[in-house]
Design a protein around this ligand. Structure first.
Ligand code: NDP
Ligand code: 8X3
Length: 260
C-alpha cells in the first residue's frame, strides 16, 4: 500500500533580527498564526531558545539561520544553502536594525554610522536581493520592511539613523514599483517609540539612559508591531498594505510626546 505523506502547506515567513524585540514577537505571532518560520540573528543562544519555543506550536516548522546581515557572503550562504522546500518563502520581514548613538553630526562616531548604514540599509538590501528572486520565481511573495517614524521625520541628533530609515522608506517604495508586475507585495511599517532592546543598543549599553526614553508614557510593545505585520500579511491577494505609521497614543510626532 502506498504510504500517504502529508505535505506541509503552511506559508513560510523569514524574519531577520528574531532574537529580540519586534523580530522575536513577529516570529512568535506568525508561528502561532500558522506560518512556518525562518528565524535569523547573530546571537545563536537566543535563536536556539526561540526555536525550542516555536517548535512546540502544533504544525509549526522552524529553521534558524545564524548570520550577520551586514556580511553579504554569509547572507548568500545562508539563503542559497537552505533546504529547497524552505526556499519557497512567502513573507520576508526585513526587521534587523539598530540605532547607535544620539548626538550632533559633528560629534558622531564613524563606527556607529557604519553599523547603522551597513545593517539598516545594506543588510536589508542583501536580504531583499537574495529572497526577492525566489519570490519572483514562485510567482508570489510579500516583503515587509520595518522602517521607523525616523524615516518620515528627521529629529535633532537623529541625523544618520534618520537617514538610514528614510532610505528604508525610499527602498520600500522603489521595490514596490519594481515588483508590481510580478505580483509581489511590499509593505513598510514605521513604528514610533517602542520599548525593546533598541534604546539599550542606541546608548551603547547604558540601561539608565535607555529606560529614561520611556519615562512618563506608555510606549509601544513589540507585540503591537507583530500584530500589524500579521494584519499586513493576511490581507486577501488583491489587497496590499503599502505603509503604516504606528505610534504610542502619547506620541504625536517624532518630537512631540505627552509625558505625565
Ligand atoms: P532590538 O534591539 O530589540 O532588536 C534588534 C534585532 O536586530 C535583534 O534581534 C538583533 O539580533 C538584530 N540585529 C541587529 N543587528 C544585526 C545584524 N548585523 N545582523 C543580524 N541581525 C541583527 O530592536 P527593535 O526590535 O526595537 O528593532 C527592530 C527594528 O525596528 C530595527 O530596524 C529598528 O530600527 C526598528 N525600529 C525600532 C523602534 C523602537 O522604538 N524600538 C521604532 C521604530 C523602528 P542580534 O543582535 O542577535 O543579531
Ligand atoms: C525608533 C524610533 O523615535 O527613536 O526608530 O527614532 S525613534
Amino acid at each position: 500500500m502506498t504510504k500517504l505523506v502529508k505535505m506541509n502547506t503552511n506559508r513560510i515567513a523569514l524574519v531577520t533580527g528574531a532574537t529580540a524585540g519586534f523580530g522575536r514577537s513577529i516570529a512568535r505571532c506568525l508561528a502561532i498564526n500558522g506560518f512556518d518560520v525562518i528565524i535569523t540573528g547573530r546571537r545563536k543562544k537566543l535563536l536556539v531558545q526561540l526555536e525550542e519555543e516555536l517548535i512546540k506550536i502544533p504544525g509549526c516548522r522552524v529553521l534558524s539561520l545564524n548570520f550577520d546581515v551586514r556580511k553579504l557572503r554569509d547572507v548568500e550562504n545562508a539563503i542559497n544553502c537552505m533546504p529547497e522546500d524552505w526556499k519557497k518563502i512567502d513573507v520576508l520581514v526585513n526587521n534587523a536594525g539598530l540605532a547607535a548613538g544620539l548626538g550632533p553630526v559633528q560629534d558622531g562616531l564613524v563606527d556607529d554610522w557604519e553599523r547603522m548604514i551597513d545593517t539598516n540599509i545594506k543588510g536589508l538590501l542583501y536580504m531583499t536581493r537574495l529572497v526577492a528572486p525566489l519570490m519572483v520565481a514562485g510567482g508570489r511573495g510579500h516583503i515587509v520592511n520595518i522602517g521607523s517614524i525616523a524615516g518620515r521625520e528627521v529629529y535633532p541628533n537623529g541625523n544618520v539613523y534618520c537617514g538610514t530609515k528614510f532610505a528604508v522608506d525610499a527602498i520600500s517604495k522603489g521595490s514596490r514599483m519594481d515588483l508590481v508586475k510580478q505580483g509581489i507585495k511590499v509593505t513598510v511599517i514605521h513604528p514610533g517609540m517602542a520599548e525593546t532592546e533598541f534604546s539599550f543598543v542606541r546608548f551603547h549599553g547604558d540601561a539608565v539612559a535607555a529606560k529614561k526614553v520611556y519615562d512618563g508614557l506608555i510606549p509601544l510593545h513589540a507585540d503591537d508591531i507583530a500584530d500589524a505585520v500579521l494584519y499586513a500579511v493576511t490581507r486577501p491577494d488583491h489587497v496590499n498594505i503599502s505603509e503604516l505609521v504606528i505610534t504610542p497614543t502619547a506620541q504625536a510626532s517624532a518630537t512631540i510626546v505627552n509625558r505625565v
